[in-house]
Design a protein around this ligand. Structure first.
Ligand code: 5GP
Length: 362
């Protein structure tokens, strides 16, 4: 047994220090990035924010909305070959990835999807624990079969495994174990790594090899997305922040909550109408039962099922996130998203914001 005493940080442990800036307005900030990927040599241009391959988030409908704004979607694994093929004329291959697990059946289905849809450019090989030898071997097999596709692989949280996956053929490594909004891995297993430090360490390892990383999980507000970019993430993946919208396809649940107030004339109790959408982790019992019919006996659920406020159309959320990051850039004097990381100085804090009225919203 060993203990590392180096302090590791989460988004909530830091703030970004403002700096003198010559930028007159947020309008001047360019959020587009251009990347050339290490192995595939493919180039990409867009706003490097991604929807996670989770139910209610990584849907074809959400992908259509995000691509209009230059953002990206990792589609859920459960789409069939036919589902994806039918949408091939409306989905822009620059802005989505098909997701796959690592079983023999997954590989067969990936091959079929790519054969029928030669325009697909991005493959996301996604497992909860990217540390297994089997996973590395699978990434290598996909790279050998598809030399010019962009391969995303994860999840890991340390520099050594980031390098290993890149050497096995990943262009982009997905970083994050346990930070997710509906993740219970840290509770169920005690395993994890504070996300900000994971980004800093994995980005350093990937950039040294000419590859890229995605910060996956843990962003709760636009400020966290800005911190992830500031820490060196090339892409930021969001689950919870993109959940609860019309485009996710979840059922809207309407509830009437007693306000404990009465109408002054009729003295009837006043109820407030609240709308929610169910959201769950992809390793939750809800997801396992939905996709596999049962929770296998040898494993436990590592995800939560929650009810989150219904948020309407995703367009408003996209504008809110992009507006926040543009503003971060103006605070630190970064005319482009590319420069945000160079302009970022994090300061260690013990209080992020004043929450005195957080629960007093109308
Ligand atoms: P969020 O943006 O909601 O904080 O995090 C999204 C990420 O959480 C996903 O991209 C995925 O990596 C992770 N995730 C999704 N479902 C589960 C789950 O059931 N268990 C765990 N451990 N992580 C999950």
């Amino acid at each position: 047994m060993r203990i590392e005493f180096d302090e590791k940080l989460d988004f909530s442990d830091v703030l970004i220090r403002p700096k003198r800036s010559t930028l007159a307005s947020r309008k001047e900030v360019d959020l587009q990035r251009e990347y050339t990927f290490k192995h595939s040599k493919q180039t990409w241009k867009g706003i490097p924010i991604m929807a996670a391959n989770m139910d209610g988030v990584g849907t074809i409908t959400l992908a259509k909305s995000l691509q209009e704004h230059g953002l990206f979607t990792c589609l859920v694994k459960s789409y069939s070959v036919q589902d994806i093929t039918k949408q091939s004329n409306v989905l822009n291959p620059e802005h989505f990835a098909v997701s796959t697990g690592t079983s023999k059946r997954d590989f067969e289905s990936l091959k079929e999807t790519l054969q029928l849809n030669p325009a697909i450019k991005f493959i996301c090989i996604d497992v909860a624990n990217g540390y297994s030898e089997h996973f590395g071997a699978f990434v290598q097999k996909v790279r050998e079969t598809y030399p010019s596709h962009v391969i995303i692989a994860g999840n890991v949280v340390t520099a050594d495994m980031t390098q290993e996956l890149i050497l096995r053929g990943a262009d982009i490594v997905k970083v994050g174990i346990g930070p997710g909004s509906v993740c219970t891995t840290r509770i169920q297993t005690g395993v994890g790594y504070p996300q900000l430090s994971a980004i800093i360490e994995c980005a350093d390892a990937a950039h040294g090899l000419g590859a890229h990383i995605i910060s996956d999980g843990g962003c709760t507000c636009p400020g966290d997305v800005a911190k992830a970019f500031g820490a060196g993430a090339d892409f930021v993946m969001l689950g919870g922040m993109f959940a609860g919208h019309d485009e996710g396809g979840g059922q809207v649940i309407t509830e009437y909550h007693n306000t404990h107030q009465r109408n002054q004339v009729t003295h009837e109790p006043i109820y407030k109408e609240l709308k929610f959408v169910e959201f769950y982790g992809m390793s939750s019992s809800t997801a396992m039962i939905k996709h596999h019919g049962e929770v296998a006996e040898y494993r436990s659920s590592e995800g939560r099922t929650v009810k989150i406020p219904y948020k309407g159309q995703v367009e408003t959320t996209i504008k809110d996130i992009l507006g926040g990051i543009r503003s971060t850039c103006t605070y630190v004097g970064a005319p482009t998203l590319k420069q945000l990381s160079k302009c970022t100085t994090f300061i260690r804090v013990h209080r992020q914001y004043n929450d005195v009225f957080v629960n007093s919203k109308h």
